[in-house]
Write a protein of this length. Structure first.
Length: 297
C-alpha cells in the first residue's frame, strides 16, 4: 500500500505554533462534521461507512450553547443527518466507556425512528434509521471481533443471513482496533478514522481526489478552530467536564450521591476537592451548596 502522510499535530502560522485540538473531543467532532456549511465533509465521511450512494444530505444544526457543554443531556453533541430525503442518521462520538452504550445506542435509534412518523400517519411513513457509534475504547462484548467496524441488524437466530427489516442499522466503530483491523478494501474509511484518531491526514493514492479534498477540508477546519481562543476554551471546558464526570463514575461517586446519605455526600465532595474538581460541578453532583462545599476540609 502506498500512502501520503501529512503530520499535523502542530501547525505553524506566521511564526506561531498551533496545537491542534483533538477531533475525538465530541465538541470538536460536531464542530467539524455537524456544522452548517460542512455538509460535503460529512457526506464523504458517512459514505465511507454506509454502502448507499448519498446524493443529498441535510444536517440538523442546532446551535451549541456554552451551558450545553456542562450537561450530559442525551444527544446534545451527536450529529443528526437526513440522507437522500428518506434515511435518518445519527452519529455519536464517545471517549469514555459508559458501560451501557449498547442500551444507549438502541435508545437513540428508537427515539429517532419513532420521531419519523406523525400522529395519524401510516407506518409506511417510518424512515430507515441508522445509528453510528465511534468509540475511543473497546467494547467488552466485541472483544473477540478483530475488525474495527461492525454492522448490526435484526436477524433470525438460526438463519443469520435473513434480516427481518432494513429499517434498523447500527454501526459500531472502535478506534483502538484501527491499526490491526483496518479494512483493506475501504481505504477511504481508514483515512477518515486516522484523521479522527490522530489528527493526521493519511490518504491512499487510489482514493478519489474529491474524497482526499474533503479530508483536507476537515483538516483546515480543525486548524481554524484550534487557532480560535473561544473555540479552544469551549473544547477544553467540554473535556474537563467529561474527565470530571468520568472520575466520579469510576469511583462510584454517582451511586453514593443517589443514596441520599449526607455523610456520603460530604465524603464525595471532600475527595473531589482533593482532585481539584470544579466547585460548581461538585455541587451539581452532590446536591450540596457551594458554601457547604467550601467549608469541607
Amino acid at each position: 500500500m502506498h500512502y501520503f502522510i501529512q503530520k499535523i499535530k502542530f501547525r505553524k502560522r506566521s511564526d506561531i505554533i498551533i496545537k491542534l485540538l483533538d477531533p475525538k473531543n465530541d465538541y470538536v467532532f460536531k464542530r467539524i462534521f455537524g456544522h452548517t456549511g460542512n455538509e460535503d465533509i460529512t457526506k464523504s465521511f458517512l459514505s465511507s461507512i454506509i454502502p448507499d450512494k448519498i446524493e443529498k444530505i441535510e444536517l440538523d444544526c442546532n446551535p451549541i450553547m456554552d451551558k450545553d457543554l456542562l450537561d450530559d443531556k442525551l444527544g446534545i453533541l451527536d450529529i443528526k443527518a437526513r440522507l437522500n430525503d428518506n434515511v435518518v442518521c445519527n452519529v455519536e462520538m464517545q471517549i469514555c466507556d459508559k458501560k451501557n452504550i449498547e442500551k444507549r445506542l438502541l435508545f437513540y435509534w428508537s427515539k429517532m425512528y419513532s420521531q419519523g412518523i406523525k400522529q395519524g400517519q401510516d407506518y409506511d411513513e417510518l424512515k430507515r434509521t441508522i445509528a453510528i457509534l465511534i468509540s475511543d475504547y473497546n467494547l467488552e462484548k466485541l472483544k473477540k471481533i478483530p475488525e474495527y467496524v461492525t454492522k448490526w441488524n435484526i436477524r433470525e437466530e438460526k438463519y443469520g443471513k435473513i434480516i427481518l427489516t432494513d429499517v434498523l442499522e447500527i454501526y459500531i466503530i472502535e478506534l483502538n482496533k484501527l491499526k490491526n483491523g483496518a479494512v483493506k478494501d475501504n481505504q477511504k474509511l481508514n483515512s477518515w478514522l486516522y484523521f479522527i484518531k490522530n489528527s493526521k491526514v493519511v490518504v491512499n493514492k487510489n482514493m478519489r481526489e474529491e474524497d482526499i479534498e474533503e479530508i483536507k477540508k476537515a483538516q483546515k477546519i480543525l486548524e481554524d478552530i484550534s487557532a480560535d481562543e473561544h473555540e479552544k476554551w469551549l473544547a477544553e471546558m467540554r473535556l474537563k467536564y467529561i474527565r470530571d464526570k468520568h472520575a466520579i463514575e469510576d469511583f462510584g461517586y454517582d451511586k453514593g450521591y443517589k443514596s441520599g446519605q449526607s455523610k456520603k455526600q460530604e465524603e464525595i465532595a471532600r475527595n473531589l476537592k482533593q482532585e481539584n474538581v470544579d466547585i460548581q460541578f461538585i455541587a451539581r453532583v452532590t446536591g450540596l451548596t457551594e458554601e457547604e462545599i467550601e467549608k469541607i476540609k
